[in-house]
Design a protein. Structure first.
Length: 240
C-alpha cells in the first residue's frame, strides 16, 4: 500500500512541476499532457481509496465473524445443560460433550509450539491464517454435527427458541454467512488491489510509466543547473 501511495505522490509532484514550466511544457506525447496526467492522478487516487475501503470491508467482515463465532462455547454449554436436564442417556451425553468441546479447540496451537521449539518463536503468517480459517470451517462442521446428533434425541427438548433445532439451524446459517462474507471480502480486496497495482505500477500506461516519461521530457527541456531540474531529479518512483 505504501508503494502505491508513494508513486501517486510522485505523479502529483511531477505534475506540479510541469505546471510550473507553463507554456514551455508541450510534449508531443498526448498521454503526458497536463490534462491527461491530471486525469490519471485522479483515477489513481480513486484506486487507492478503493483499496482502503476494501481493506476496511474485510476488517469489518473478519471482526463480525469473530464476534459471531465467539458465542459458540457458551452455546455449547447451554446445549449441554438442556441435554442433561432433559434426562439424556449417559453415553449420548458423553458423545455430545465431546462434540461441543471442539468449539474451544485451537487447531494451530501445536504448530506455534513446534515452531517455537525450532527457534522461530512463531508460526509462518500464511500457515497461521490458513489454520485460523480451518478453525472457523471446523466449528461450522461441529455445529452441523451437533444438530444432526440432537435431531433424533427426544431428551433434547428446549423451550427456548434459540436452542431448538430450528434455532440452531438459524445460528448455523448465520455462521456460514459470516464465513462467506469474509471469503468474498478477501476476493474483492485481491481484485481491487490487483487493479490498483496495474494502474500505478504499469510501465507504459500506468502512473509509474507516465511519471517517468514526464520526468524525462521535463529534464530534456530544462537546463541541468535549474532548480526545477533538480526538483524533478529528486522525485523517485517505486517499482514492483
Amino acid at each position: 500500500m505504501k508503494a502505491l501511495a508513494y508513486n501517486v505522490a510522485a505523479l502529483d509532484k511531477v505534475l506540479g512541476l510541469a505546471t510550473q514550466v507553463g507554456d514551455s511544457y508541450k510534449p508531443g506525447n498526448a498521454s503526458i499532457e497536463r490534462t491527461a496526467l491530471t486525469a490519471l492522478l485522479e483515477e489513481s487516487r480513486k484506486s487507492i481509496t478503493a483499496v482502503l475501503k476494501a481493506e476496511g470491508d474485510l476488517a469489518t467482515a473478519i471482526n463480525q465473524r469473530q464476534k459471531a463465532f465467539d458465542g459458540l462455547p457458551l452455546l455449547g454449554t447451554h446445549i449441554m445443560g438442556i441435554a442433561v436436564s432433559g434426562g439424556m442417556e449417559e453415553k449420548d451425553l458423553s458423545d455430545l460433550n465431546r462434540l461441543r468441546k471442539r468449539f474451544r479447540s485451537n487447531p494451530f496451537k501445536t504448530d506455534l509450539v513446534h515452531d517455537a521449539e525450532e527457534g522461530s518463536g512463531s508460526a509462518p503468517p500464511n500457515k497461521v491464517r490458513m489454520n485460523r480459517q480451518l478453525s472457523f470451517d471446523n466449528k461450522v462442521v461441529t455445529l452441523e454435527s451437533i444438530i444432526r446428533f440432537l435431531e433424533d434425541k427426544p431428551a433434547y427438548n428446549p423451550t427456548e427458541s434459540e436452542f431448538s433445532i430450528d434455532g440452531l439451524k438459524e445460528t448455523l446459517s448465520g455462521l456460514q454467512a459470516h464465513n462467506t462474507a469474509v471469503i468474498e471480502a478477501k476476493f474483492a480486496l485481491s481484485n481491487i488491489r490487483g487493479q490498483a497495482k496495474a494502474m500505478i505500477f504499469g510501465r507504459q500506461t500506468g502512473v509509474f510509466g507516465k511519471t517517468r516519461m514526464t520526468k524525462v521530457y521535463l529534464k530534456t527541456i530544462l537546463g541541468r543547473d535549474t532548480d526545477l531540474y533538480r526538483s524533478i531529479n529528486n522525485v523517485k518512483l517505486k517499482s514492483l
